[in-house]
Ligand binder design. Sequence first.
Ligand code: DOR
Ligand code: ZN
Length: 335
Amino acid sequence: MRLILNSPLDMHLHLRDGDMLQHVAKFSAKDFTGALIMPNLVPPITDIPSLLAYKERILDVMGCEQFTPYMSLFFKSDYKADFLERSRDYITAIKLYPSGVTTNSDGGVEQFDVKKLAPIFEAMSELNIPLCVHGETNGFVMDREKEFGAVYECLAVAFPKLTIIMEHITTRSSAELLKRYENLYATITLHHLLITLDDVAGGLLNPHLFCKPIAKRYEDRDALLELALNANKKVMFGSDSAPHPVSKKECCGCAAGIFSAPIALSALAELFEKHDKLTNLQAFVSDNARDIYKLTPIEKTVILEKKEWIVPATFGDVVPMFAKQTLKWQALSQK
Ligand code: DOR
Ligand code: ZN
């Protein structure tokens, strides 16, 4: 049995840089036609020369694979309208991190003063630049995303022409919020469709499932499943595949991030098939993103075959999600 996907897109991807980029890029390039590349490098990508140089480095490692890196800038509170206007043609989105909420977010927004930031959001609205947001406060870990809901509401109301992407949503409250405002959209990861906090810390601690936002309750996961499996037009796939070397995961002070790029499409097919929703996978992994971002991706046919395979224990020094486990679908190499 085969499943054909037309131009799959991963609208939230960490490719890193240097050796790690060399090592992980091929997995996304094989299974996807493009991805929104996160800018949280050290230092973050905050200017166009750095962004273009990073894009070149990504394209270099892609070799002959057809793959478009859709680039994002790291939101800074001091961006000016003329800078944004000059940047428009080079970027697909701007990613906003509240300071300190996740990996390499220290240069993010310190104080979320919507009034002060209004000129930036107005310029982005005018220029049709989507705003991607890591929506967490610095509060209690299980409540961070819910608490950030007030900021999303405020933004959605104050800037009705701004396309706001709630990145990697994890809660029922975000799923509900999304439906309330026309200009709110969301990415959903594979891992948040599959795991809950029980999988991370309910038994023996599993550092390889530790990520931000942390996986939540069963009812939260069900709300995300309802959106994704029905390919709700306001949600799209964003893996948030975030590789860290094993030494940074299996230690005290474990880094947040799940490396899912090599198994993302296979596991999504298995999940959608299990729920008898395979016909909605195309919309979730491609069509919805095209509509939301108004993209015309390179045509690339990705074939998934119903054929068991065992996920390797490691890829280099990175442990993937589903390491050593059997998956039911295999993505074939494409031309
Ligand atoms: O788990 C995560 N890892 N969440 C993020 O927001 C960032 C990412 C990373 O860059 O490692
Ligand atoms: Zn991320």
